[in-house]
Design a binder for this molecule. Structure first.
Ligand SMILES: Nc1ncnc2c1ncn2[C@@H]1O[C@H](COP(=O)(O)OP(=O)(O)OP(=O)(O)O)[C@@H](O)[C@H]1O
Ligand SMILES: [Mg+2]
Length: 258
């Protein structure tokens, strides 16, 4: 297999950006996150994989406080997650999130979608926000679509706009929760390529995905979850060629067959 030349073995210097310590969360009787300890260094790309229902999305959502936690602690760049108000809005800007569904504002143009948060949350002047939005739209390859509405774009284009919108906030870390799983096969690569480039540019990323090619070539580390726990963590080569746990072996044998 040809590996894209990402410096995946050269881990950035010890500089912790996202730290989860002893995190627990329940949904009623379901213990969905169990004693999660996870530290993500600045510039690191972590791919989270695991069976359906293992808690991957919930883990992502706790990092930008879309879900609260029952116990433990989460900090971003040395600061505990804020509870509410302006601080929370700023956290959401610092922690960009891209979901499976694109969540663009349907009644705003592509350009307006990418400008909005900059103006409202970051208080960037309109002209500057527009310039940045156009640059980012060019960077993700949809610059010519700026004046269209989301529904006029393909799924892959919409997802790239969603990435540009998150990047426009100048996030410290980007969370991706299965960003390509709602896309037609021919559109998956154009989104993965944008993510590959982001990884190469040094963005700190947490990526939930079933795209094992992306995990192999872009990730510094693979985190395998099952039943609300982190069962195994390893560099991709090691994880894919020599998984230690039975859960991971079983999971890989199922998904690599497809
Ligand atoms: N808001 C909620 N209320 C109650 N239960 C929830 C809620 N959100 C998630 N769950 C449950 O928590 C568990 C973990 O869900 P989560 O979405 O984090 O899993 P996942 O690993 O992302 O799965 P998938 O691969 O299917 O996306 C599942 O059993 C799910 O049904
Ligand atoms: Mg999920």
């Amino acid at each position: 297999m040809t590996e894209v030349s990402v410096t995946k073995d050269a881990k950035p210097a010890a500089d912790d950006l996202v730290v989860l310590k002893g995190v627990n969360k329940h949904f009623g009787a379901l213990h969905v996150l169990q004693d999660i300890d996870l530290t993500i260094a600045r510039g690191e790309v972590v791919v989270v994989i695991g069976p359906s229902g293992s808690g991957k999305s919930t883990l992502c959502r706790t990092i930008n406080r879309l879900e609260t936690i029952d116990s433990g602690a989460i900090s971003i760049d040395g600061k505990p997650l804020p509870q509410e108000g302006k601080e929370l809005a700023r956290l959401r800007a610092d922690v960009g999130m891209v979901f499976q569904s694109f969540n663009l504002f349907a009644h705003k143009t592509v350009l307006e979608n990418v400008m909005l948060g900059q103006v409202k949350v970051r208080k960037t002047a309109k002209a500057e926000a527009e310039q940045k939005a156009r640059e980012l739209l060019d960077r993700v390859g949809v610059g010519s679509q700026a004046d269209k509405y989301p529904a006029q774009l393909s799924g892959g284009q919409q997802q790239r706009v969603a990435i540009a919108r998150a990047l426009a906030m100048g996030p410290k870390v980007m969370l991706f929760d299965e960003p390509t799983s709602a896309l037609d096969p021919e559109m998956i690569n154009e989104v993965l390529e944008v993510m590959q480039q982001l990884a190469r540019d040094g963005m700190t990323m947490v990526v939930v995905t079933h795209e094992m090619g992306f995990a192999r070539s872009a990730a510094n580390r693979v985190v395998f979850m099952a039943d609300g726990r982190i069962v195994e963590e390893a560099v991709p080569d090691q994880f894919f060629s020599n998984p230690r746990s039975d859960r991971a072996k079983d999971f890989l044998s199922k998904i690599l067959k497809h």
